[in-house]
Write a protein that binds this ligand. Structure first.
Ligand SMILES: Nc1ncnc2c1ncn2[C@@H]1O[C@H](COP(=O)(O)OP(=O)(O)OP(=O)(O)O)[C@@H](O)[C@H]1O
Length: 245
């Protein structure tokens, strides 16, 4: 029962892919990115998705986050089927439930760190002052309160990724999607960034889904899912499980 959600008599995972297929393009140039992928992720789990370039990892993450629509099958978060939401409902749902961390940070260059972190809260309609106070707290949690007024161009890659993590956690989302969050960082900085994601997972029970090529990173998550050619080919526990014991 731990880590699952109870709705009436029903128990289901926080994130569920049911037989998802997705093809890009048509005819001879068609690419079958996902082939009937099914996956269940429990609330509070930290999971990594690995596999060779082009095997469908990012596409799976995008379908589960409601960024791409599946051709077949269903993506559900907290029992809610994303396909049945319109674009406005999906945007509101993403703002309320999800945070995102990308390999290239995706910070807004003309905003300083504090304003970048405050953005999801402003998007949710919080007053400016309250949003900034909470953004500063989030920056404190990633050890960057003293860099609040710096612009992305004035920060290192690792610092920018910590700002991006602060932005992902500021709204206390249920799920954080991290697509190659350490791909642009050296191994020491990568460890720091993973440590912050792990802290978020442990302290807030945030569910975290990481796409990574790095076995060191994947090895510290609770479960490693391996994909090949649009399918999940294996799943096994990572070292993160034993760390929790
Ligand atoms: N928008 C798109 N239009 C056409 N083809 C796409 C599109 N997005 C992805 N693809 C194709 O779908 C397949 C899966 O791509 P995806 O980005 O999911 O792979 P990946 O496993 O994340 O790769 P990488 O590790 O290189 O990031 C690839 O063959 C890719 O070229």
């Amino acid at each position: 029962m731990i880590g699952t959600h109870l709705h009436g008599n029903e128990v289901f995972p926080l994130i569920e892919a049911r037989q998802i297929s997705k093809t890009f393009g048509k005819g001879e140039s068609a690419t079958r990115a996902l082939r009937q992928v099914s996956l269940s992720i429990r609330s509070g789990e930290m999971i990594s998705i690995m596999g060779p370039s082009g095997c469908g990892k990012t596409t799976l993450l995008h379908v589960l986050a409601g960024i791409e629509k599946a051709d077949e099958g269903e993506a559900l978060i907290d029992g809610k089927p994303l396909q049945r939401m319109n674009d406005v409902q999906l945007s509101a749902f993403r703002l309320a439930y999800m945070g995102f961390v990308f390999q290239t940070y995706h910070l807004i260059p003309v905003l300083h760190a504090l304003d970048n972190v405050a953005l999801p809260l402003i998007g949710r309609g919080l007053a400016d002052k309250e949003a900034k106070a909470r953004a500063l707290e989030a920056l404190e949690q990633v050890g960057l309160a003293d860099k609040a007024k710096r612009y992305p161009s004035e920060l290192s890659g690792g610092q920018n990724q910590r700002v991006a993590i602060a932005r992902a956690l500021v709204g206390d989302p249920k799920v954080v999607w991290a697509d190659e969050p350490t791909g642009a960082l050296d191994s020491h900085t990568a460890e720091q960034v993973l440590g912050l994601l792990r802290k978020m997972n442990e302290q807030r029970r945030t569910t975290i889904v990481i796409v990574t090529h790095d076995p060191q990173i994947a090895g510290q998550t609770d479960r490693i899912v391996r994909m090949e050619n649009g399918r999940i080919v294996s799943e096994h526990p990572g070292g993160g499980v034993s760390n929790r014991a």
